[in-house]
Every structure is written in structure tokens, then in C-alpha cells.
Design a protein around this ligand. Structure first.
Ligand code: SF4
Length: 420
């Protein structure tokens, strides 16, 4: 989502102010830091990076802090780092060209409605197009700061999404990637009057676009994974068969404390339904270990889900309390050694499961959509079910689909050869 927000800001800056992107910050007239605040570490990193940029930047260059930490800390950022030129919240990015000319501007209104703003076009990849379908989040997971930084959930009208996707396809993208905090809660609320609809209908409408071959999305919420949605996922050939299902914890008690809205049994039931209908689906997840009050038994429940599901990818973290969240002052904080030991055990289990899964892929054939050129004579892409595969080749492969046979196994990237 931050990557797409960055693309939107670059587009506005290019069209309205004639800026072009550079990787060399020492020669830049404007340095933007687009921040995350989901965990504590990136926030601490912001201030150390700001110090470095301020010391080494070109004379007169501006520094802007954008994104979720901008929403959450607001003016405090300028107090701690007075050389910062402006602060722009995650829900105010359409104002990027305004704040540029307002010294010390702080625009962080989380009720600001950008759902129908016509952002100019800019994409960092011409092969894959990120498209926002909603902004904000209406859930109140007790550990999560996002509703406080991105505001209430509001969906982008379907006609705007379909137009944006069609435009991206006409410019060469064969894959689109739909983004939202809870994509399968799409159409919960619009800012204007719009026909009642849902995520399944959005997927069906997008699938009608000629030249669009693949649709991915993130993140669906396990609570909203009803049968209609899973059936559409299974039968629509344009929808890539990889599903991100943020588990967070395998313990129903911890899920209740987190206010996630589902149980361990519901999660496993949805996985079973998915696997029955799409046997080769790959499933990724997010897991927080050592949430406040997580007992050994609760943690064993998470390990049990890991053993039953055997996820293809796991984004796992130790719980870090975030400000303005309900869980910030929860008692029964887990000590750091226990939290680290649990995280290590979970990650080692995942690596073992991943190695076993990957070993079985040797000799398999996958259709790969190539989108990235490495500088060592390889080009990489993804299979429909999200396996990253590289082959020897050059840029003619970019934007092409090829059948690839796996000839060697790595942990995150498999190597193959093109067979047709
Ligand atoms: S669903 Fe929960 S974890 Fe996800 S963004 Fe919303 S509040 Fe945060």
C-alpha cells in the first residue's frame, strides 16, 4: 500500500511540479520518506534516517515525512526534527503538491476523503499494476494502529477501479494487484451514492477486461471469507491461486483478545474449503507471537495451525505494543526472552516446512509471468500460485508468459529453464 501511495505522490509531483524521481538523495531537491507504523522499529529508524538525510542533503533541499508515522506523530516530527519541511499523513497524499509550498505544513486529517481523487498516472513497473480498492479500516484489532493512521474504511467506486485497471492494461500490464486493508469487505461504504455491490462482483467485472491475464489481491480478512468469495476465487481463471490469510494467532482465546472476529476452527475450516476447491493454492500468513497474555498453550495452538496448514510464506513478528491501541496497556506482557524463543521456534518450523515443500517442486512445470531483470543474467517472475522462479535470460522475457521446468531449488527463489 505504501508503494502505491508513493507512486501516487510521484505522479502528482511529476505532472504538476515537473519533478522526476532519482535514487541519488544527495542531488535531490526533495526527499520523501514514506513511513510505516505497524511496528515500533520503523518509527525509531525514521529519526535516525532523517538525521542522515539532513546532514548529507543538497543545500536548500526539502525533506517531507509521509505515511502512517506522519499521521500518528504529526507536528511532533517537526518538533524533534525542525529541519523537516512538511508532514503528510497516509490519508492526505493527494495534497503533496500543496504542502510542498507551505513551510512546516502538517496535513494529517484521517477523515479526509481521497476515495474519488483522480491521481495522475505513474507506475514503477509496466508489467504489474497496483490498484487501491479501499482506504482505511473499520476493524478494531486491539494491537493495530492502522485505523488511527488511515482512518475509517471507505471504498473506491467500482467504475474508477475498472477504468484504472483498463488503462494499466492498455499500457502493457497483464497483471493487476488490488490493495486494501480488508479487500473482501469491499463496498462496505462509499463516499457518494453507489449501487450495492461486493468484492466478488468487483473481481467478476475486472475479469472482463481484455488483455488482463492475472488478478492478485491483498489482504483478505479471514472473517469475511465466505463461500461465495472462495467459490469465485476457485473458478475464476484470471484470479491467481495464492491467498494471503493473516492468522495473527492460532489460539481462539488470543484471537478474542485481539478482537479478530474469528476462531482457530473457523480459520482452519476456511483453509480446508480453499484446499478442497483449489488443491494447488499457496497460502501465506502474518503471525504475531507473544501477544500480551499469550500462554504456552496459546502458542502451541499457533504451532498446531502451522502444522495443519503448512503455509507457503509466513511473516512473523514479536508483538510490539503500539500507541493509541487498546492493547497498549494490556497486562501480562510476555518477557523478551520468551518472546524471542517462541519466534525462533516458529520460524525454524516454517523453514523446515518450506524446505520440504520446495524439494517436492523439482522437475515441476509452472507458467511464469516475467517481470524483473536481475543484473546477473537472470530474469524472474512468478507462477500463478506465487512461486518466485528465475531463468537465464534477458529483457525480452519481461512481460511474457513462459512454461518453466524447475531445475534447482532455493529457499525463496527456484531456478528453472524455459521449455516453451
Ligand atoms: S483488520 Fe485489524 S490488523 Fe488489519 S488493518 Fe484493520 S485493524 Fe489493523
Amino acid at each position: 500500500m505504501n508503494e502505491r501511495d508513493t507512486e501516487h505522490m510521484l505522479a502528482e509531483l511529476k505532472e504538476k511540479e515537473n519533478y522526476i524521481a532519482t535514487d541519488d538523495f544527495k542531488s535531490a531537491d526533495l526527499i520523501l520518506i514514506n513511513t510505516c507504523s505497524v511496528r515500533e522499529k520503523p518509527v525509531a529508524k525514521l529519526f535516525s534516517e532523517l538525521g542522515i538525510f539532513n546532514k548529507k542533503k543538497k543545500e536548500g533541499a526539502k525533506i517531507g515525512v509521509c505515511g502512517c508515522t506522519a499521521s500518528h506523530l504529526g507536528r511532533e516530527i517537526i518538533k524533534r526534527a525542525p529541519y523537516v519541511s512538511f508532514v503528510l499523513g497516509a490519508r492526505n497524499i493527494s495534497k503533496i503538491t500543496e504542502v510542498l509550498h507551505k513551510p512546516k505544513a502538517v496535513e494529517i486529517d484521517i477523515n479526509y476523503d481521497e476515495s474519488e481523487f483522480a491521481f495522475k498516472d505513474f507506475r514503477s513497473s509496466k508489467y504489474k499494476a497496483y490498484i487501491n480498492i479501499s482506504i482505511g479500516c473499520d476493524k478494531s484489532c486491539t494491537f493495530c494502529i492502522v485505523p488511527k493512521t488511515r482512518g475509517d474504511e471507505i471504498s473506491i467506486p467500482m467504475n474508477l477501479i475498472v477504468d484504472e485497471a483498463s488503462r494499466a492494461v492498455s499500457l502493457g500490464a497483464k497483471e493487476i494487484f488490488l490493495l486494501g486493508q480488508n479487500v473482501n469487505n469491499y463496498a462496505r461504504r462509499f463516499s457518494g451514492n453507489h449501487e450495492k455491490t461486493n468484492f466478488t462482483k468487483l473481481l467478476q467485472n475486472l475479469s472482463k477486461i481484455d488483455g488482463l491475464e492475472r488478478i492478485r489481491f491483498t489482504s483478505p480478512h479471514p472473517f469475511h471469507m465466505d463461500d461465495e468469495f472462495i467459490q469465485e476465487f476457485a473458478k475464476n481463471p484470471k484470479i491467481c491461486k495464492s491467498m494471503h490469510m493473516p492468522l495473527q494467532s492460532g489460539s481462539t482465546k488470543v484471537l478474542q483478545d485481539m478482537k479478530r472476529g474469528y476462531t482457530k476452527e473457523w480459520f482452519l475450516n476456511r483453509v480446508q474449503k480453499l484446499r478442497e476447491m483449489v488443491p494447488d493454492v499457496s497460502i501465506s500468513t502474518d503471525i504475531i507471537v507473544a501477544f500480551a497474555g499469550e500462554s504456552e498453550k496459546d502458542f502451541e495452538d499457533t504451532i498446531d495451525v502451522m502444522n495443519q496448514v503448512k503455509f507457503e510464506q509466513v511473516f512473523s513478528f514479536k508483538y510490539s505494543p503500539r500507541p493509541q491501541t487498546e492493547a497498549e496497556f494490556f497486562p501480562d506482557v510476555i518477557d523478551s526472552d520468551t518472546a524471542s524463543a517462541r519466534l525462533t521456534r516458529l520460524q525454524e518450523l516454517h523453514i523446515k516446512q518450506l524446505d520440504e515443500k520446495n524439494a517436492s517442486k523439482l522437475g515441476n512445470i509452472y507458467e511464469v509471468y516475467f517481470e524483473e531483470l536481475y543484473n546477473d543474467g537472470f530474469v524472474s517472475g512468478r507462477s500463478d500460485n506465487n512461486i518466485v522462479i528465475k531463468v537465464k535470460g534477458s529483457e525480452e522475457l519481461l512481460g511474457e508468459f513462459k512454461d518453466v521446468k524447475i531445475i534447482s531449488i532455493g529457499r525463496t527463489v527456484l531456478t528453472g529453464e524455459i521449455i516453451k
